[in-house]
Design a binder for this molecule. Structure first.
Ligand SMILES: [Zn+2]
Ligand SMILES: [Zn+2]
Length: 266
């Protein structure tokens, strides 16, 4: 997501409150969070030129190791900790139990989350660290995606940061574009394969759609995970998957009621 797209996301959330009055409270929360994230993101300066000078895209595509190493972000505890405090002030509205860990360096927690998809300290701390990292991860993806032949990636996790997708845009009966739940990078992936466990047996994969056949939830009975999405062929207007994933909490509720879950953290 570029800086312009990030600013548009905030405007889109404000507009969406009128379209979805039943989500107004949640959308106001997202708006507060994203205003903060977008402002922080504008101060993030990433320079990967030294790393990318020796980067081999053939090795990257063959081995499947995400391009961005955590150390490239060069996070400093004296900057990251106060920033986490700011994010926590907004997040505690949704996670009243949230307390910023005082003992452990937050950059260490962020590294653990980045490499293992969880801090090991529960959902509230995971949410804190994820949202605190987004300004850096999105800037990193903005720099790296144009240099990566993502069509060759062919994996269900993010080619930039290794995160799991949390939204998909159906492009055809065979192909979809996945959206990373951490850095918002996008990459193509087959429809007939679970991005989380690689299952390809049609009897183990399913999907459900709304009555218009526009929004959908893909589910896998092998790993029990689900992925929200939209049919890009049926969507009218400008499709912003970064916005759509926030406007579709009903799909999450439905998937969880059906016994499926998001990957990571379990
Ligand atoms: Zn990513
Ligand atoms: Zn699966």
């Amino acid at each position: 997501m570029s800086k312009r797209e990030a600013c548009e996301l905030v405007q889109e959330l404000a507009r969406a409150r009128e379209r979805f009055p039943e989500l107004a409270e949640l959308l106001r929360f997202y708006e507060r969070l994203w205003v903060l994230i977008v402002a922080r993101r504008q101060q993030v300066d990433v320079d990967f030129s030294a790393h990318m000078a020796h980067f081999d895209v053939d090795v990257w595509a063959r081995r499947g190791a995400p391009a961005l190493a955590f150390g490239w972000l060069a996070l400093r505890e004296d900057e990251f900790r106060p920033w986490c405090g700011q994010v926590a002030e907004v997040l505690c509205e949704r996670f009243p139990e949230l307390e910023v860990p005082a003992e452990e360096p937050l950059v260490d927690l962020a590294r653990r989350f980045y490499e293992h998809h969880t801090t090991g300290h529960g959902g509230a701390i995971d949410a804190l660290v994820l949202n605190a990292l987004i300004p850096w991860l999105e800037r990193a993806a903005e720099e790296l995606v144009p240099r990566l032949p993502v069509a060759r990636w062919q994996r269900g996790y993010c080619p930039v940061c290794g995160g799991f997708p949390d939204f998909a845009v159906l492009q055809s009966a065979r192909t979809r574009t996945l959206l990373c739940g951490r850095c918002s990078a996008q990459w193509p992936f087959p429809v007939a394969r679970c991005p989380f466990c690689g299952e390809q047996e049609p009897g183990r994969l399913g999907y459900y759609t709304d009555e218009r056949g526009l929004y959908r939830v893909d589910v896998c009975d092998s790993c029990g995970h689900y992925l929200k999405g939209v049919d890009g062929r049926r969507f009218r207007g400008v499709l912003r998957p970064e916005v759509e994933r926030l406007l579709t909490p009903g799909l999450d509720v439905w998937a969880v009621q059906e016994g499926y879950m998001r990957p990571g953290g379990e």
